[in-house]
Design a protein around this ligand. Sequence first.
Ligand code: ZN
Length: 244
Amino acid sequence: MSRILLLSDIHANLAALDAVLVDADTKGTIDEVWSLGDAVGYGPRPNECLERLRALNAIAVAGNHELAAVGSISSLDFNPYAAAAVEWTGNVLTSESRAYIDSMPTTEIRDDFTLVHGSPRDPVWEYLRGHDVAKDNLGLLETLHCVNGHTHMPVAINAASQEHTERGRGPSEVIELTDGRWFVNPGSVGQPRDMDSRASYAVIESGDMTVSFYRAEYPIRETQQQMEAIGLPLMLIQRLELGR
Ligand code: ZN
C-alpha cells in the first residue's frame, strides 16, 4: 500500500506549496506525489514550483495554464487577469521549466486512477462540477477512479451511485473510495475558491482505498508581496486572502 499526495492548481504559489509539503509530512510518509495540473499561472514563483515537483519525482499532468504558458494552446480563452499572468509566466519560464512542461501528458494512468486536470472527456478544459458531469465522463474513464483539478474545489463524487454524492469539503474528512467509481479533486494548493483561504490538498491511501482532505495555513502575505513586486493583477492578489 502506498500514500499518495494529491496536489492540484498550485498556481505558482510557492509559500502555499511549501506549507502543504510540511503539513503533509506531519501526517505520515508520502510515497508518491501526483500533480493534477496548473502548477503555474496566476502566481509569482512558477519555476520554483516546477522545481519542487521535479525534485519530488511527481507524476504531473499538464493543465490549461501550463499549456498556455509554453504556447501550446492559445490564451485567448483566458479571462484578462489569467491571460496577463500567463503572459508574464511564459516570459519568465526557464528552459528547464519549459522542457518539464513539454514532457507532461494531459492524461496519465496509475493503477486504479486516471490523472487529468479537467476531465477524462476534455483533460485540459472541462470543469468536472457535480454528479451529472461525472456521470457523463464515466464511459470515457478507462480506470476505476479519476483524480482531477481545475475547479479549485475539494470534492469527491461517486459517479456510479444513484444518489448525488458530493463530499470532501470538510477539513480532515476521510472518504472510502469503495462501492462506486469516484472522481476526486483535492482542491487548489495555491488559489482556493471555496471561501477558505488555506491551501487545500488530499492524501490517497491505496491500500484501504481512502482519501483524506486537508487544509494548511500558509503566509498569504508573502505570496501577495511577491505578486505586487512583479505587478501581477490586483484582483489575483486580493482573491488569495478571500479564498475565492
Ligand atoms: Zn487552476
